[in-house]
Design a protein around this ligand. Sequence first.
Ligand code: SF4
Length: 417
Amino acid sequence: MRRTYFIKTFGCAQNEADSERIASYYQARGMELAPDIDSANQVVINTCMVREMAENRVYGTVNNLVKNKLKIGKPEKIIVTGCMVGMAVRDKTGSFMKLIRKKLPHVDEFLPIEEVGFDHAPLRTNQTNAWVPISNGCNNFCTFCVVPFTRGREISRPYKEILHECYSLAGDGYKKITLLGMNVNSYGADLIVGPENIQVLRDIDKTYFNNETLRFPFDSAQDKRSGQAMKGYRLPNGQMVKPILVTHLNRLRIPTLFPYLLEDVCKIKEINEIDFMSSNPWDFSDELIEVISRNPKITRKIHFALQSGSNTVLKRMNRWYTAGEYLELLVKMRKQIPGIQFSTDIIVGFCSETEKEFAETVDLVKKAGFYKAYLAMYSDRPMTAAHKVFKDDIPHSVKKRRWSILEDLINKPSHNK
Ligand code: SF4
């Protein structure tokens, strides 16, 4: 009889996509998917740490499995992977690894997701929409967010490898592709300047790109209009392009290849729907808006995390936009892309959020016209700047009230009629 595995996934689409790669790794070793978690020989728990509640659900699931393991010897092996392990391996002090080993003493293996790699084609569970990860990690360090600690700094998958996967999905009959990353709009910045230079990008100006010391894959080419030598990035089809320079508040944020990638995926004729998530409002370049507007295959439902409509809260969150800039962007996109709709993420009860600050969020929500919102009550997360610097001082009852107000306003608008 063939040995079996089962994968329990918590959290976001990126975790779902990672689990599809884990499944393919098991299949390559001759194992098959068990019908349920209780009958599997090996169980993988793909964890999420975005909120305390998600983390507690992981502990609950693993502890239930352990009871079975000790009682009936099944599963024989419990493997924990995902964000929890990501944070443990990145915590240089080793204290988080110590903590999870103490809380989960019967886990057989803590597997960093990076070790799974991209060698095997994912075993896809969704037969219509294919997830295609284009990058992993995030460099933004919003003060409430664990992602830079659980998934590390942003690393882009090679352009060629992504396109190859998209073409082979088309060959397999897929019609819809969703490009995944924590901040898809910054895709490629590390491919352009090298991962070691990513952090300095926030404070450099555009003249950086005149620097002759930039290394592969930068190359020299002739600018057709000016006849001047220019720096460029060579796409897999041999075309030399200038990276899109995303500036914000007159400062260079990132050079990105995302608009080129999106347009190249649009060229795959068998694919008729292309989605992407997540994208950051402050990295949404004019070039990206243009690519979307001229390619009807690209989704008209854009997810833009707002998090707060108060400038002072946004500042405490280390978000790179003001409420006004966010609204301006929505107006601009509505003008250039007819039929576009927006969904969002909002956190209520962030550290010291006053009634006035919350009212500013309500005000922005009324103007923005979101069709959907993922609302969260702020949850203090280890290692984040908010955890170290601010106090999680808004009572649960207040967070709940604010959550309900926004829920009624955005997700249950009929309540207000
Ligand atoms: S941009 Fe998104 S993933 Fe990155 S730190 Fe901010 S909230 Fe987290």
